[in-house]
Design a protein around this ligand. Structure first.
Ligand SMILES: C[S@@+](CC[C@H](N)C(=O)[O-])C[C@H]1O[C@@H](n2cnc3c(N)ncnc32)[C@H](O)[C@@H]1O
Length: 246
């Protein structure tokens, strides 16, 4: 819970610039996953959401929530940052949906409230997984799905802080990733693959798939520099977990 104030400050601080830089890309087309904007139509991660109760955990500017609400889901967008929520409110489409300020660490919803909980680099990257995963599992109904995309341990281990880019050299201990220092005192989180599996299973979830989105060479990374530029074509930059609550 310690990172909540710093992460809230960080996202409030960068929200305007972040949306200015990224919304034209991530808001242009519905259902784009991650740093390389790979269409869900290619990855088949989320499925049909029509009529489903959906929670986006760390909705940011609401690009995903807006799209799913337009498809007929009953969406709630939750985020820690009031500036990000304000951006989502400004960008809301004709299909209105509620925005809630809160933390993935302690969700303000009753048990079994949702058919689908998901995020794309949201609360499951920016909150400690040992808190956020059980909370997500708690608010899912039986049979409901938790689907989330986040940076991979490969990407973090190969991140060169000095050059501010990902390279094909290991720079960090795989077993020591845990908390990742972001700019302005913010923190994101990473586990080993083994610990992700333990954390998901420990929360009572069944792991159905781990998709490793692979961009074509030449696909733009809208967020990070990589060396070589087609790094993510060779190594998995992200991990897209597909799970359900039995
Ligand atoms: C990279 S954005 C994800 C939103 C969108 N998918 C995107 O790519 O822009 C990360 C979001 O997570 C939110 N966030 C950070 N910590 C959080 C927490 N503990 N609980 C919920 N949301 C959090 C931030 O405020 C931010 O809006």
């Amino acid at each position: 819970m310690d990172s909540i104030p710093a992460n809230r400050r960080f996202w409030n601080q960068i929200s305007r610039a972040y949306q200015h830089q990224h919304d034209p890309q991530i808001g242009a087309t519905p259902r784009l996953w991650g740093m390389y904007s790979i269409p869900d139509a290619h990855l088949h991660a989320l499925g049909d959401v029509t009529g489903k109760r959906v929670l986006e955990l760390g909705c940011g500017g609401g690009q995903w929530s807006r799209a799913l609400a337009a498809e007929g889901a009953t969406v709630v967008g939750l985020d820690l940052s009031e500036a990000q929520l304000a951006a989502a409110a400004r960008a809301m489409g004709a299909a209105r949906y509620p925005l809630v300020q809160g933390a993935a660490e302690l969700l303000p919803f009753a048990d079994g409230s949702f058919d689908l909980v998901f995020c794309d680099h949201g609360g499951l990257r920016w909150a400690p997984p040992h808190l956020a995963v059980p909370q997500a599992a708690r608010v899912l109904r039986r049979g409901g799905r938790l689907v989330f995309n986040a940076t991979s341990p490969w990407f973090e281990a190969c991140y060169d802080e000095d050059a501010r880019r990902v390279t094909n050299t290991l720079h960090h201990d795989y077993f020591g990733l845990n908390t990742i220092a972001e700019d302005h005192g913010a923190v994101s989180y990473q586990l080993t693959y083994g610990d992700w599996i333990k954390t998901l299973r420990g929360a009572g979830l069944i792991i159905d798939d781990l998709i490793e989105p692979r961009p074509d060479p030449g696909t733009l990374n809208g967020y990070n520099e990589t060396d070589p530029p087609d790094w993510a074509h060779h190594w998995p930059a992200e991990m897209l977990w597909i799970t359900h609550k039995p």
